[in-house]
Design a protein around this ligand. Sequence first.
Ligand SMILES: *Cc1c(COP(=O)(O)O)cnc(C)c1O
Length: 424
Amino acid sequence: MNHFELREGELACEGVPLSRIAAAVGTPVYVYSTATLERHFTIFRDAMRATGHGEPLIAYAVKANPNLSVLKTLGALGAGADTVSEGEVRRALAAGIAPERIVFSGAGKTDEELAFAIDAGVSEINIESEPEMERLAKIAAARNARPTVAFRVNPDVAAGGHAKIATGKSDNKFGVSMTEAERLYAIASNNANLRPVGVACHIGSQITDLAPLESAFGKMRALVERLRAEGLSVERLDLGGGLAAPYFNHPEPPQPADLAAVIARALKGLDVQLAFEPGRVIAANAGVLVSRVIHVHERPEGPRFLVLDAAMNDLIRPAMYEAFHDILPVKPNPEGGEPLTYDVVGPICETGDTFARERDLPPLKAGDLVAFLSAGAYGASMSSEYNSRPLVPEVLVRGDQFAVVRPRPTYEAMLAREPLAPWL
Ligand SMILES: *Cc1c(COP(=O)(O)O)cnc(C)c1O
């Protein structure tokens, strides 16, 4: 469930009509619902509490939606943060998330990033390769530190909604293999500058089938047991993120409670603290992208183009992953009217700037507002200024209030970021 519903004939976010936000902030604009973020986080946390493994660490995957106000909203409920760069660690800290609740993942952390994470005291640096372990140990030794680490393991399981977001097969770049994990864990346990506390996996995103997750969790359990049999201490098992959000072409993916049931089964009797890294399932349906129709372009033959003021630089998921977003008129015409078939496109000079092909929508005209649903995750966070379109703004709603939590830069600010070379 989310809090984007028709109120008095028009689409609203909680108590605020989207048209009011569009009038105040302009379009395109992302709009997030506090109540939905809170609801999704609470449901996920409560489900994982019920797996019988004590209080889990729910480290929200910052990259899904890194806006500081979103992080602060979730942090206030007890969320930790799963981060993949120094910038994300800094965001989490700036949002008031304690370092003991921050996990630092990533296939290519630099020396500077590792040093920063050590100094910040993050709770789990996920080591993803042997050279990374060696670099981390050296950097920690130079600082006389002993960071807590986990090993991200690649369980060699295929999962995820698209090849570009599958991460758990042995030919993906992420994590060490099962056998490497055993060898490296033992080495790290004997290193005075590393404190291994557990193992982690994250096998993909937009996962709608729990079977690969169950298989991965079974392999992770066996790994924990093998490590312990060797006398190594394993306190924590980080099961990653990846649970699908209900998009409109996948309206009923497994729920957090279904995932929890799989975990309870796979880990029955295993005494271990659990951590999770959910992103999409928390944020996707907590946000929409509101855009205005520039015009409708009909050729005598061929498609009818609905040309919007939003483009692939604002929402890249359709261009990058063939992702589906439901599109709704913000003020549906009460008279109805037979749906028309549109190709929904942005103004950017790329054919890839297409949000949907042959989509049936109510008749729309220049000036109408539309909303892309389920745009709260991997939407604004992947936005850019391609075609010199100022970065798309973000708004957070809470009840009947709203706040601009990332303003649209002015053209002057956009140009002022680029000092000219002194010889020009
Ligand atoms: C992206 C990512 C996540 C979050 O994935 P979702 O599909 O958004 O839940 C979790 N952990 C790691 C390491 C990631 O890279």
